[in-house]
Write a protein that binds this ligand. Sequence first.
Ligand SMILES: *Cc1c(COP(=O)(O)O)cnc(C)c1O
Length: 415
Amino acid sequence: MTLSRGREFLAIPGPTTVPDEVLQAMHRPAVDIYGEELIGVTDGCLDDLRRVFRTRQGRISIFIANGHGAWEAALSNTLSRGDKVLVLESGRFAVGWGEMAEALGIEIEVLEAQPQRAVSPEALERRLRADGAGEIKAVLVVQVDTASGIVNDVAALGEAIAASGHDALFMVDVIASLASMPFEMDAWGVDVAVGGAQKGLMMTPGLSFTAAREKALAAHARAGLRTRYWDWTVREGELHYMKYCGTPPEHMLFGLRKSLDMLLDEGLENAFRRHALLAGATHAAVERWRSGGALDFNVHETAERSPTVTTVLMEEPALGRLLDWCTGTCNVTLGIGLGPFSGHAFRIAHMGYVNAPMMLGALGSIEAGLVALDIPHGKGGVSAAVDHLGASLREGACASGPREAETPRSSRACC
Ligand SMILES: *Cc1c(COP(=O)(O)O)cnc(C)c1O
């Protein structure tokens, strides 16, 4: 018995659903790498990425690489062998970035968070104040940890660095949050931001980005780890193809152009609100299911739950059976647990090109699986998700978008 005919829904936190318009924009012959059209596409994408990162002057580089490539680019462009960086742990991803730094000959120190909690700005400020000698050259953090489902308060962390008076570069991975929730590179004092194409940006895997502001560019001038391929300065060369240190990834640029158009047409604030609403619906469903005892949230502080991915703790053998059932019977693929969560959690992505029917369908499939497999769970998860959306969108319940005056730092502005 199967209900799987119809489109697959890849409810994993990357790669996310690629819109047909984006796929179609890529389906065309190659063009001259020196031609006006391609140069225009590059320049337009760079301008629009600045809008997405919310930086006026930051220097954007586009790499033909996944997020790991841009991680290495961010490190090698700004640091030297023997430098020390402080890694702010909140799950798996900042630690992974730190391991990459270690392999480059950078010394790492991990500031551990409380279990299942976001990074504490106070703990960061305390650690930086204790570093009177200025040994720490950079602070590495993720906005959203895609393994734990935690969102860190990047604005507050930026304030903590400023309050400490420490000179370290503030480097933020926004791969799982860019274009899905507020991020303010300039206003929050972020020196280097790292993004990827295949999550909130609705593109295929294969492109990633760094954005670097003045202080990072000053560090770049002295950095000892620079290599020619990743080098920000080499990529500023006269000829257009130097922006990619070789043949531009033409088709991916056509796709990126289309995805940026779609995103900016929707409006970033509207995309943020859509993510907040769909995350809220997901949380409402999990809140009901958890009363059965077989599954639970990883993140209990509601303000620290990511608007892009929800990590649900569950043990084997129910875990594997549920994921297989959702894929096999309903054609909904959920994310597996990563790192310490492997075999102990699944993840529901609500990120990128997703709408209410997709998310309600995914939640409904999970709930049907819980019933079919006799996994104990509280009833009415989908109904709670529906109520959440309905109540949040009730006429007059909330203005059409986040209030202008509000600093857009909360993932849950207005809803
Ligand atoms: C996906 C992800 C990465 C890694 O990106 P890849 O494209 O898989 O290399 C890094 N950081 C975060 C927060 C992510 O979600």
